[in-house]
Design a protein around this ligand. Structure first.
Ligand code: ADP
Ligand code: MG
Length: 398
């Protein structure tokens, strides 16, 4: 789960990170009010979307050459003008893809004079099974690009979970950033704050880009924080920060029914129980020369309601030209699943070919229910047969 920059900064500030003052705004009026609460005379108007690269991005609705989603303002009039330019418009950045993201929230923050910009992040390093700190003196840029072009400028340290963060980690970060004296001490303090925040919120990633030197101060100017979705039940206050408008609407709908759904680019909708079977189903569709429209795992306890919801979600994707249901009746019996499929197919008036492969407990009764349903359901015997049948249906000239 991801949150906006302003939410991330409020959270990190609570753990002691040095964040310039700022306020979120949902309208142009609120943006001007927010600016009035700050000292000025320099403000920054920042578009809040769940994607980076905003500064170098562009708005679809504005003429070419217009400024991006992070703009300096030297007066309240400029704050107002920038806010009008951004709110309701679509910001395209290297991370949003061509379709971009509509800006619905702004963050108005103190503008600071930047002397230098650094990169500092914490994430879970799967290879070592530890929290890793990534630090680079090349801040304000795309870190993947820095790692690719000048890998020696990206420094990584891991934290032993038995000892936790140690003073030497802070010193290593300061050295990696080339900081000395008071700034080095501040770098160690920021590192401690990030570590506390990381553990305290079950974060999966905290990225500060840039961490900036402004005069005698080290400041967090941009923050991106992601959390372990499976741990959010422990943090209801953080779970509330979720902004559903930033997520794929079909994936949001699926999460309501506890369905694991990911939209893909192909035209064959898949409904499967179990992640392994879902992966195998996608593979075999590809083997037969077509592409899956989604990954969808209805889980072990697939009820009629779940199956119906899954059908609706698959069919709401206009790219879907056929559906392959591949279910193994283990805990769930095949006859129950068949009843669910028939009820769901009737309820959503299915208008694309449907191939069903059932296997497992009560498979005979299940197949009978499908055969006697009066619906044009194509039965399949095994995974290979099912994939061949649905691909043949979808590829048929209309
Ligand atoms: P993004 O990474 O999405 O482009 P950032 O918040 O990193 O957005 O902003 C882009 C650039 O704008 C930063 O690298 C920094 O140079 C500048 N910037 C961001 N916040 C401030 C601020 N409060 N004061 C001055 N400059 C800023
Ligand atoms: Mg940034």
């Amino acid at each position: 789960m991801n949150i906006h920059e302003y939410q991330a900064k409020e959270l990190l500030a609570k753990f002691g990170a040095p964040v310039p003052a700022g306020h979120a705004a949902m309208s142009v009026e609120e943006a001007v009010e927010a600016a009035k609460k700050l000292p000025g005379p320099l403000w920054v108007v920042k578009a809040q979307i769940h994607a980076g690269g905003r500064g170098k991005g562009h708005f679809k609705e504005l003429p070419e050459g217009s400024k991006g989603g992070v703009r300096l303002a030297k007066s309240l009039e400029e704050v107002e003008a920038h806010s009008k330019d951004m709110l309701g418009n679509t910001l395209v950045t290297v991370q949003t893809g061509e379709e971009g993201k509509e800006v619905q929230r702004l963050y108005i923050t103190d503008g600071v004079d930047i002397d230098s910009e650094f990169y500092l992040a914490m994430l879970v390093d799967r290879a070592t099974g530890r929290i890793a700190i990534v630090a680079s003196p090349e801040g304000g840029m795309d870190i993947e690009q820095v790692a690719h072009d000048t890998p020696e400028k990206v420094h990584t340290f891991t934290i032993d979970p038995a000892t936790g963060l140690m003073p030497h980690h802070g010193r290593s970060v300061a050295a990696a950033l080339g900081l000395t004296g008071s700034l080095a001490k501040q770098a160690a303090k920021v590192t401690t704050a990030l570590y506390k925040a990381f553990l305290g919120t079950d974060a999966s990633q905290i990225e500060i880009n840039p961490l900036a030197v402004s005069g005698d101060d080290l400041l967090v100017l941009d923050a991106k924080v992601g959390f372990d979705g499976n741990a959010m039940f422990r943090h209801p206050d953080i779970a509330e920060l979720r902004d559903l408008t930033e997520e794929d609407p079909m994936e949001v709908e699926a999460s309501k029914y506890d369905l694991a759904y990911i939209k893909l680019d192909g035209d064959i909708g898949c409904m499967v129980n179990g992640a392994g079977l879902a992966m195998a189903t996608m593979d075999i569709i590809k083997l037969n020369g077509a592409f899956p429209a989604n990954f969808l795992d209805v889980g072990g306890g697939a009820s009629k309601e779940k199956v119906t919801a899954a059908f609706k979600i698959i069919l709401s994707d206009p790219a879907v030209k056929g559906i392959l249901v591949n279910i193994f009746g283990g805990i769930m019996r095949c006859d129950t699943i068949a009843e669910g499929i028939v009820a769901a197919a009737k309820e959503v008036d299915l208008d694309v070919p449907l191939v069903v492969r059932l296997e497992g407990t009560n498979v005979k009764q299940g197949k009978d229910i499908l055969a006697n349903s009066g619906l044009p359901i194509i039965a399949a015997d095994d995974l290979g047969d099912a994939a061949r049948k649905i691909v043949a249906e979808v590829k048929q000239p209309a």
